[in-house]
Structure formats: structure tokens, C-alpha cells
Design a protein around this ligand. Structure first.
Ligand code: 3PY
Length: 244
């Protein structure tokens, strides 16, 4: 529910293997983000992953490729707990994301109770609409200098629940190196604006998760991807033998 705390620790699911979500649940993650922007996950696999995640107590989020009805409606009908919408430049783009993903009066999402989101037709229409507008989380991604400067206006659009700062796209689009102090200043200013405006904030984190959560105001973090976790763990095993 929107009043509930945001799930805190998540991971990207990039492999088109439903078992990835099961493994992430066993590892103790709170949510998974099935990545339909990058990666090779088709809608059939996405739907299976959403059902499996729910069964394992892992909140299934989907990062959509855009705000076209098919991008947004398929994961929502399949029972996604939330969406991440990439490349949101300003409040107008955030309003587009709301229009695509919320039911009237907030937006223009089409209604169908016959999917998992409507408990396969069991849910009363009113409950289905309330869940879609109040419980499903809409997270918009701020990934450019312009988006970070407009982060308060973006985060305050009615229907948006949280903003996610995408550090890689931000570094690429702004032309700053990933370790450039100008990039850190831009992100620091955005963090302060979110704190002042009470905007729920998330990002990706590697070794600095505790600092981001405890002193920089982040509510949720994506700690890595199934692909990179597998590669790193495999590399550690192989190098341990090579260096023995
Ligand atoms: C970014 O860092 O730009 C992201 O979108 C996370 O993959």
C-alpha cells in the first residue's frame, strides 16, 4: 500500500529465466525489477516472473521501455507491484507516465479484471481500480542534468510515488565521468531537494548502500543485476583456483 514503506533492497532481473526471481528472494531481497528496457525478457516470461515473485514474497517491479499502452499495460495486468519508467526529463513526461499507468481520474489506463491484477476476475472492479491507483508504485527515473534540476517538480506530480536517479545514464547524458565531482554535486543537490520536498528517492548502489540509506536520504536501492552477480561469483570461484 502507498502508506507502507517502500521495499528497500532490490535487484535487476535481466536474464530471461524465471528462476532468477526465486534466487533473489532466497537471497533476502525485498523487490526485483524485471528489466524490459534493457535485456531480453519477453512478456510471457515477465508474467511468469511476476507470479513467481509474488509467491516467493518478493515485490515484482517492472522497468518498462516507454509509456506506450503495451509497454505499461502488460506488466500492470500481469500483477506488477510497481513500474519504473526511464528517461523522465520533466514534469510533463512524468504526467505522461501517470496517464499511461493510472486509472481515471488520475490517468487513462484501460481496465480489465480478468488478469492477475484483477485476481483472474475475482476482484471487485472498485478494489481493482483502487489497488491500481493506490497500491501499485510508479517510480520515474531522472537520468539527465535537466531531470535532476527538475526533480522536485517531477516527484510532486500526482500519481508519482518515487524518483529513481539513474547514475549511469546521468553520467553519459551529462558528459561527466562517473567519478567526476560535478556529477556528485548535481546528485547531492537533487538529494537535498527531494529531502526538502518529502520525495521518496532511490538509486543504484554498490559498496555505499549504508551511507545512501542512513545519511543521504534514499528509501530504496537496487544493489545489482542477476547477470553481474553471476559473473562476479563465477569469477571469484575461478580466480580462487587460479591464485591457489
Ligand atoms: C542508470 O544508472 O542509468 C540506470 O538506469 C540503472 O541501470
Amino acid at each position: 500500500m502507498r502508506g507502507d514503506p517502500f521495499p528497500r533492497l532490490g535487484a535487476w532481473v535481466k536474464l530471461p529465466a524465471p528462476e532468477s526471481v526465486e534466487l533473489l528472494a532466497l537471497a533476502g531481497f525485498d523487490f526485483a525489477v524485471i528489466d524490459a528496457e534493457h535485456g531480453a525478457i519477453d512478456t510471457r516470461t515477465m508474467s511468469t516472473m511476476i507470479g513467481l515473485a509474488r509467491g516467493c514474497g518478493l515485490a515484482p517491479f517492472v522497468r518498462v521501455a516507454g509509456t506506450a499502452p503495451r509497454d505499461v499495460q502488460v506488466p500492470l495486468d500481469a500483477g506488477a507491484a510497481g513500474l519504473l519508467v526511464p528517461q523522465i526529463e520533466d514534469a510533463d513526461r512524468a504526467r505522461d507516465a501517470v496517464r499511461a499507468s493510472r486509472f481515471p481520474p488520475l490517468g487513462g489506463r484501460g481496465a480489465s479484471t480478468s488478469g492477475r491484477a484483477g485476481r483472474w476476475g475475482l476482484e471487485a472492479l472498485g478494489d481493482y481500480l483502487r489497488t491500481g491507483n493506490e497500491d501499485v508504485r510508479l517510480v520515474v527515473q531522472a537520468e539527465s542534468a535537466g531531470a535532476l534540476k527538475a526533480i522536485a517538480e517531477i516527484g510532486e506530480v500526482p500519481g508519482v510515488d518515487a524518483v529513481f536517479i539513474g547514475p549511469t545514464d546521468l553520467a553519459v547524458s551529462s558528459g561527466f565521468g562517473e567519478n567526476d565531482s560535478a556529477l556528485a554535486d548535481l546528485i547531492g543537490a537533487a538529494e537535498r531537494r527531494c529531502a526538502e520536498h518529502g520525495i521518496t528517492l532511490g538509486t543504484t548502489a554498490s559498496g555505499n548502500a549504508a551511507e545512501l540509506l542512513d545519511s543521504r536520504g534514499y528509501s530504496f536501492l537496487i544493489l545489482g543485476a542477476d547477470t553481474t552477480m553471476l559473473r562476479q561469483a563465477a569469477h571469484t570461484l575461478v580466480s580462487a583456483v587460479h591464485t591457489a
